[in-house]
Design a binder for this molecule. Structure first.
Ligand SMILES: Nc1ncnc2c1ncn2[C@@H]1O[C@H](COP(=O)(O)OP(=O)(O)OP(=O)(O)O)[C@@H](O)[C@H]1O
Length: 224
């Protein structure tokens, strides 16, 4: 489903060279894959390349066999809107909108009509256990509930690929595991592919595939 072919994205700062170097990997459809590694190992850089938010210096990103990293900005933007979902460490929900309105937002951007957008958003929030919190604003939800709303927002448009950067980092330990269980269930039931960057053992323990990075290079792969 997602492939990196010999990806290099180098940053030069103060005479130091950092980034990711020659990374090749493949993530099959419907699986929960984790990019693991210490701070600075290149996890976010790879997620940004997979999310078409950045372009590699060398190599290619393929989605369903199609080379997508060299498409125009407009084409990449369109692919992002239609086929990719994002979950961030800090949830990134719009504070003045309710949970329901937050989840409806990407559906509106796709041009989906109001009633259908509402139906899909309600279904997505119900699936993540927030049926009784539709009209709460983010500030009226707990951290775990906000992250579940963010997952509902990422999944409501039915993306091929969901990218999550340290999704459990703002949650206490008791909430990280159940959140990952939910992602694993959603990956299996919807055939959506999840690529998660994390150094949280609770996240890594639930992955189907673990790609370990160090200093911008892939050093180990585990298929569980
Ligand atoms: N825009 C940039 N300019 C210069 N260097 C950068 C830039 N973005 C990332 N880097 C460097 O590239 C390396 C990889 O960074 P990246 O953010 O991908 O790591 P990470 O594994 O996600 O770390 P963390 O777990 O701390 O988020 C780091 O050494 C970082 O300092």
């Amino acid at each position: 489903m997602l492939q990196f072919r010999n990806l290099t994205r180098a940053y030069e700062l103060g005479g130091e060279r950092a980034g990711v170097f020659g990374v090749s990997l493949a993530v099959p459809k419907g699986c929960l894959a984790v990019l693991a590694g210490p701070s600075g190992s290149g996890k976010t850089t790879l997620l940004q390349l997979a999310g078409l938010l950045d372009q590699p210096d060398e190599g290619a990103v393929l989605l369903n066999g199609q080379e997508v990293s060299s498409l125009s900005e407009r084409e990449r933007c369109d692919l992002r809107l239609r086929h990719l979902g994002f979950v961030f460490q800090a949830f990134n929900l719009v504070p003045v909108l309710s949970a329901l309105e937050n989840v409806m937002l990407p559906l509106h951007l796709q041009g989906i009509a109001e009633a259908e957008a509402r139906r899909r958003a309600e279904r997505a929030l119900d699936r993540v256990g927030l049926a009784d919190r539709l009209h709460h604003r983010p500030g009226q939800l707990s951290g775990g509930q906000q992250q579940r709303a963010a997952i509902a927002r990422a999944l409501a448009p039915d993306p091929l690929l969901v990218l999550a950067d340290e999704p459990t980092a703002s949650l206490d330990h008791a909430h990280g595991g159940p959140l990952m269980d939910l992602m694993a269930e959603l990956a299996a039931e919807r055939g959506a592919t999840f690529l998660v960057a994390s150094h949280d053992p609770a996240v890594i323990a639930r992955a189907n595939h673990v790609f370990r990075l160090a200093d911008g290079r892939l050093i180990e792969e585990e298929h569980l």
